[in-house]
Design a protein around this ligand. Structure first.
Ligand code: GLU
Length: 478
């Protein structure tokens, strides 16, 4: 890998790509160049190193936290644990968080963190040391807190890491009432929220279902309306990919291909996502699955197989000028952040495709993080105050209607009507509402803006306009 400076920051262009998309979208707005520059820039980039004990010696860990925009507080975004992490990537991902939050009307600025390790090379104890030390470094610089910057899981991290962060933050801030709001994606037992784990994948599936439900848009790209029977290939069987595939299947789509870094599998009649997942867990590989009709050692070949919808849900930079010509899907739904390069996107639209952009498609995670943060600040689970009241009101209504009409409901009908909403039901309905509304907001911009080219540009235009209003309200810009 080539590097562009003495500290070994790889020569990447991910942040540049995000800025390229931004600059293009900005031409469809009327904002002052200075304001656009402020929105686009990364406000704070904190790069740090710390030692941890490993075996008989020490190892120095590289880490980052980037706060891209403070037009809203706190800033928000996950922490990536990956050997590939570098400053350019964390900046790009932080910027995407800003636009993502604006698109789904979540009142946060964007941020992202990165720890440059391969978690597989560390024991649980070492990972805990790294995570706790990373948190302490953020605390020292005021880069974490329920009203400052709120981390969450990302590639390579999950509930376990978030619980270490929560515990470290709470320990270092004794008596802080809202300490648990300093991080989201926590286990339920540590004031996490029901539905957060599957939220991103559920959001991706809802985004796709909504997109394919619009008949006139589908007609333009040569597909029929409706999710039922649509053939899908998913790249990545991590949290986002697995749940996207699972919910798409539940909605009636057929998962025909699955790709992981060790290879890809395909079956035109459909793959059973859960049993592929179990097979991989047991054998360590997606390959060798009995229900696959075709196998590819080169995982990228899996993306090029026949399907209607391709869901890259692994990492950035997967669909480029090099492979876009071979992609057979009509729709690319970006579960991952930044999987498609600007050049590949232009080529895909040219050949009649459509892309559901990352900053909308994968916004379900941060949407439910927002619900978790609200729960933490209000110190009460959703539904706790009103669930029984709702049930009693419904019961009174059913009893009264039964009395007046003389029609008695059976026990299933009765409990369906009477039942008050659980936390999970409220979270899922809030998520669904957010994804559906946001899709139509983007589509409206797309339909109503002359010469606009892609849904991504429309999403950016909407985000830029909302962020500009925040700056204007802050009095920063006239
Ligand atoms: N890492 C996730 C994302 O990229 C979630 C961020 C969050 O919940 O704050 O959207």
């Amino acid at each position: 890998m080539t590097t562009n400076n003495s500290v070994g920051v790889p020569d990447n262009h991910f942040f540049g790509d995000v800025c390229k998309f931004f600059d293009h979208a900005a031409t469809f707005t009327k904002h002052d160049a200075g304001l656009l520059d402020q929105i686009k820039s990364c406000n704070s980039v904190y790069r740090f190193r710390f030692p941890i004990r490993k075996g008989n010696g020490f190892e120095v860990i590289d880490a980052w936290r980037v706060e891209h925009s403070h037009h809203q507080s706190p800033t928000k975004g996950g922490i990536r644990y990956s050997e590939m992490v570098n400053e350019d990537e964390v900046m790009a991902l932080a910027a995407l968080m800003t636009y993502k939050c604006a698109i789904v009307n979540v009142p946060f600025g964007g941020a992202k963190g990165g720890i440059k390790i391969n978690p597989k090379n560390y024991t649980v104890g070492e990972l805990e040391n790294i995570t706790r030390r990373y948190t302490v470094e953020l605390i020292k610089k005021n880069f974490i807190g329920p009203s400052i910057d709120v981390p969450a899981p990302d590639y390579g991290s999950g509930e376990r890491e978030m619980s270490w962060i929560a515990d470290t933050y709470a320990t270092m801030n004794p008596g802080q009432l809202d300490a648990m709001g300093a991080v989201t994606g926590k286990p339920i037992a540590l004031q996490g929220i029901a539905g957060r784990r599957e939220a991103t994948g559920r959001g991706v599936a809802i985004a796709i279902r909504e997109c394919v439900s619009v008949g006139e848009d589908m007609q333009k790209i040569g597909l029929t309306a409706g999710i039922s029977g649509k053939r899908v290939i998913v790249q990545g069987l991590g949290n986002v990919g697995y749940h996207s595939a699972k919910f798409l299947t539940e909605f009636g789509a057929i998962v025909v291909g699955l790709c992981e870094y060790e290879g890809a599998i395909y079956n035109a009649d459909g793959l059973d996502v859960e049993s592929v997942f179990q097979h991989r867990k047991a054998t360590g590989s997606i390959l060798g699955y009995a229900g696959a009709k075709r196998e590819f050692i080169d995982s990228m070949e899996g993306l090029e197989q026949p399907c209607d919808i391709l869901v890259p849900a692994a990492l950035e930079n997967q669909i480029t000028s090099a492979n876009i010509g071979k992609i057979q899907a009509k729709i690319i739904a970006e579960g991952a952040n930044g999987p498609t390069t600007p050049e590949a996107e232009a080529a895909f639209y040219q050949k009649g495709g459509l892309i559901i952009p990352d900053m909308y498609a994968n916004a379900g995670g941060v949407t439910v993080s927002y619900f978790e943060w609200l729960k933490n600040l209000s110190h009460v689970a959703f539904g706790r105050m009103n669930r029984r009241f709702e049930e009693n009101s419904n019961l009174n209504l059913v009893n009264m209607v039964e009395g007046i009409t003389g029609v008695a409901l059976n026990s299933v009908q009765r409990s369906t009507i009477v039942k008050g909403a659980s936390e999970l039901e409220l979270v899922n309905s809030g998520l669904e509402d957010t994804m559906i509304r946001s899709y139509h907001e983007i589509r409206e911009t797309f339909m109503n803006t002359e010469k606009i080219d892609t849904l991504r540009t429309a999403a950016f235009v909407g985000a830029i306009n909302k962020i500009a209003v925040s700056y204007q309200n802050l009095g920063v810009w006239p």
